[in-house]
Write a protein that binds this ligand. Sequence first.
Ligand SMILES: NC(=O)c1ccc[n+]([C@@H]2O[C@H](COP(=O)([O-])OP(=O)(O)OC[C@H]3O[C@@H](n4cnc5c(N)ncnc54)[C@H](OP(=O)(O)O)[C@@H]3O)[C@@H](O)[C@H]2O)c1
Length: 284
Amino acid sequence: MAQILSGREAAQAWKSHIRKEVAGRLAQGKRAPHLAAILVGEDPASQAYVKGKVRDCEEVGFASTLITLSEGTSQAELLEHVARLNRNPEVDGFIVQLPLPIHLNPDEVLLAIDPQKDVDGFHPENVGRMALGLPTYLPATPYGMLLLLEHYGISPAGKHAVVVGRSNIVGSPMSILLSRNSKMGNATVTLAHSKTSNLKELCQSADLLVAAIGRPKYVTADMIRPGAVVLDVGINRVDGRLVGDVDFDSAMDVAGAITPVPGGVGLMTRVGLLMNTLHAARHR
Ligand SMILES: NC(=O)c1ccc[n+]([C@@H]2O[C@H](COP(=O)([O-])OP(=O)(O)OC[C@H]3O[C@@H](n4cnc5c(N)ncnc54)[C@H](OP(=O)(O)O)[C@@H]3O)[C@@H](O)[C@H]2O)c1
C-alpha cells in the first residue's frame, strides 16, 4: 500500500511556518503581507477557489482584498483595476482569477500586472526568470508540489521524473523546476503530452510521475513503476465527485507514495500562492 502524501498535512505544516514569520514581521512593526484577488463574473469554481484563497490569508495572518467585478466588465475597466493594484503600496501581490469571461483577453491582462506583484508567477518576465533559475515567483501548482515533496523528505535528485501534460501553468514549469540544479530539482525529466507515442512505457520508467492531463483516472496501475512517487494534479468532476488524473484505488497497490484527490496537490497550490505573497512582502 502506497504512502498517502497528504496535501492537508503538508499545507498545515507550511501554513504554520508562514504564520510564525508573519508574527515575527508584526513584532518588528512591519505590516502583514497583503494579497489581493480580482474575480470577474460568476463562475462557481472560480468563486470557490478565490474564497479558499481569502480563507487561507486569514488563517496565516495575511491581509486580503477581494475585488469582485461583474460578468460584463470591459477589458479597459479590468486593466484599470490591475493598474490600481500595481500602484497600491499596501498590496504586496495580486492575482486575476482565471478563466476570465470569454470577451476578455487574459494575455493582455497578464502582461499588465507588475511582475513584482505577479504572485501567480505567470508573467513572461517571471516565467523567464524561473527558466533561468533567477529569484522569482514560481507558478503556484508546481511550487506547491515541490513544497509537498520537501515536507515528506522526498528529493527529486537523480530520479527519472515523467511529467504528463505540458500546460504553461502546470506541466511545463514543473518539468523545468524538476530539472534545475537546485534543492528540489536535479531530476532527469521527460515531458509527455498528447502526441507522445510510448506514454505507458515512459510512465513505467518513472521514479516520480506527475499527472497533469485533465482526464479522469487516465493513469492506471499498469503504467506505474512499483514504488514510484505519484503526484496527481488532475481535478475532474465525475458524477458530482472530484477525481484525479490517476486511478487512485488501483495505483495505491503499486505506487510507493501518492497524492489523493481531493486533499492533495490542490491544497498545496494555495500554499504556493501564500509563499509567493510572503516573498513579495519580504522584498518590498
Ligand atoms: N490541483 C491544482 O491545483 C490544479 C491546478 C491547475 C490545474 N489542475 C488540473 O490539472 C489538470 C491539468 O490542468 P492543465 O491546466 O495543465 O491542463 P491543460 O492546459 O488542458 O493541459 C493538459 C495537458 O495534458 C496533455 N494531454 C491531454 N491528453 C493527453 C493524453 N491522452 N496523453 C498525454 N497527455 C495528454 C495535453 O497535451 P497537448 O499539449 O498535446 O494538448 C496538455 O499538455 C486539469 O484536471 C486541471 O483541472 C489542478
